[in-house]
Ligand binder design. Structure first.
Ligand SMILES: O=C(O)CCC(=O)C(=O)O
Length: 284
């Protein structure tokens, strides 16, 4: 089993704003993930095309954790990325969303807000509150390479160090600002960056889709833009392990400071609905 140097990756993330963890996924996992991506994209193709989520240049699906069981368990089965995120964002961080992002080999991209434009992720809470002060990491984007990332396939453009600039990048500049690199890595690797880092999607000039999954880790106390509880059906939730429920923010990773803090899972499960309500354990 590969042992990852979590401290080194967390240190790079804090210093440079990004880190690359190479060859995390075995080839069998890459093949199974491509299949799950294709199935999910195919099932939404009609609506996705109608509303611009799928085009001749790009195929995307948000909240894939709610759409296919394969994606829900990935950050638990391959824990290095969550370990790095925990080291930077705290033990109680959680995964807010996984997006399927598949730039197609058309040699072009849509310069729209689907990762094609220069941006920092969710600058309203990752950059703007800190302007005039000091950077504080609020969230981490992790792009899992389900196809190799090269200049040809369209690895992401990153601007190292810009997470500390306390600036939101210009959205549609005529020319890209200097200082970028293209993140290259073998299939099965993961590129992680501080959500405040300036970045942009690359252009796929190869002959195959650039499959990727984008898992977004954030601090527990940020509400974010979706509610995983209402996306993942009760039937799907019932099949998830405790660790998966915590990973997706469906259960607190750190127990709240209330009456049931000292109780075991078995004791909590045995409580009546009335007792749960009195003890402030969510009943719905
Ligand atoms: O897919 C990529 O290479 C970039 C994705 C991106 O810009 C984002 O997730 O914010």
């Amino acid at each position: 089993m590969t042992i990852y140097d979590i401290e080194r990756h967390a240190g790079e993330l804090e210093r440079d704003g990004y880190t690359i963890i190479e060859s995390v996924l075995p080839s069998s996992e890459i093949a199974a993930t491509r299949k799950a991506i294709e199935e999910t994209l195919a099932s939404e193709e009609t609506v996705g095309r109608k509303y611009g989520l799928q085009s001749e240049n790009l195929r995307m699906a948000f909240n894939a954790q709610a759409k296919h069981p394969h994606f829900r368990s990935m950050p638990v089965r391959y824990p290095a990325m969550a370990d790095v995120a925990r080291r930077v964002l705290g033990e109680d961080m959680f995964c807010h969303n996984v997006t399927i992002r598949t730039p197609l080999p058309s040699g072009a991209k849509d310069h729209q807000k689907y990762g094609g434009n220069l941006h920092a992720d969710w600058a309203d809470f990752t950059v703007k509150p800190f302007i005039g002060g000091q950077h504080f990491p609020m969230a981490i984007q992790s792009v899992w390479a389900i196809e190799e990332f090269t200049i040809e396939t369209g690895g992401p453009y990153l601007w190292p160090g810009t997470h500390l600039s306390l600036e939101v990048p210009p959205e549609e500049p005529d020319e890209l600002p200097p200082g970028w690199l293209i993140a290259e890595a073998p299939a099965g690797s993961v590129v992680m960056w501080d959500s405040a880092l300036w970045h942009s999607g690359g252009i796929n000039r190869s002959d195959r889709p650039r499959y990727s999954l984008i898992f977004y880790f954030q601090r527990w106390w940020i509400k974010g833009f979706n509610d995983a509880y209402r996306f993942i059906s009760p039937e799907a939730r019932a099949t998830m392990t405790q660790e998966e429920l915590r990973m997706w923010g469906l259960e607190a990773g750190i127990p709240p400071n209330t009456h049931f803090r000292g109780m075991s899972d078995a004791q909590i499960t045995a409580l009546t609905p009335e007792e749960r309500a009195v003890l402030n354990i969510a009943t719905f």
